[in-house]
Design a binder for this molecule. Structure first.
Ligand SMILES: Nc1nc2c(ncn2[C@@H]2O[C@H](COP(=O)(O)OP(=O)(O)OP(=O)(O)O)[C@@H](O)[C@H]2O)c(=O)[nH]1
Ligand SMILES: [Mg+2]
Length: 182
């Protein structure tokens, strides 16, 4: 009963005290960016996701935070667009397929090229090591090392291992993103 009452109270307060956060999601193709947006917006995970062309803009309300989310395509021909959508957002989410170890070096290169852009100065970064439901995925410690996350200065950086399929760690990811709301 107490739980029901507090959920009701949270729902009422979210109607009156909503915050907003603008998020840009980038990363190599097939890392799971669109899957992430699908799972957090309607709970649906699918094996058949159409590769994104250019970008999608979605609005998602979670608790008291309204997220404006740029889901930008990851194929090589679209990567030069990333910086345009990342400029001035409240957080950049960089998604990697932690099971596809052969692509981690390219992910490292693309991440650091993006962060060099002056328009992204100070923007918080969240790195998601997605697909941790697959055996042999890279751990957070491995991702920190291979993606050279410990060399990133002048911005908050966090890294979580997660799975859009099993939803592992999605609560903590959404908590991190909600803290970017204002
Ligand atoms: N096993 C597993 N597969 C996943 C997971 N997340 C996404 N996938 C699959 O990975 C494939 C690519 O997912 P997308 O969400 O389209 O990837 P994307 O990063 O949006 O790709 P682009 O739009 O081309 O940049 C799809 O077949 C998804 O079902 C996960 O957590 N585990
Ligand atoms: Mg996509």
């Amino acid at each position: 009963m107490a739980g029901l009452f507090s959920s009701f109270f949270e729902w009422i307060s979210s109607l009156f005290f909503s915050k907003s956060a603008e998020i840009c999601i980038v990363g190599l193709q097939a890392s799971g960016k669109t899957s992430f947006v699908n799972v957090i917006s309607n709970g649906q995970w699918s094996e058949d996701v159409v590769p994104t062309v250019s970008f999608n803009l979605r609005k998602v309300k979670k608790g008291s935070v309204v997220f404006k989310i740029w889901d930008v395509a990851g194929q090589p021909k679209f990567r030069s667009m990333w910086q345009r959508y990342c400029a001035g957002v409240d957080a950049v989410v960089f998604v990697v397929d932690s099971h596809d170890r052969a692509k981690l070096e390219t992910a490292q290169f693309e991440l650091h090229s993006l962060l060099q852009q002056g328009s992204l100065t100070g923007v918080p970064l969240l790195v998601l090591g997605n697909k941790n439901d697959l055996a042999g995925h890279a751990t957070v410690d491995e991702l920190i090392q291979i993606l050279q996350l410990d060399t990133i200065r002048s911005r908050p950086v966090s890294c979580y291992s997660c799975s859009m399929k099993s939803r592992h760690n999605l609560n903590i990811v959404m908590q991190w993103l909600s803290e970017r709301g204002h």
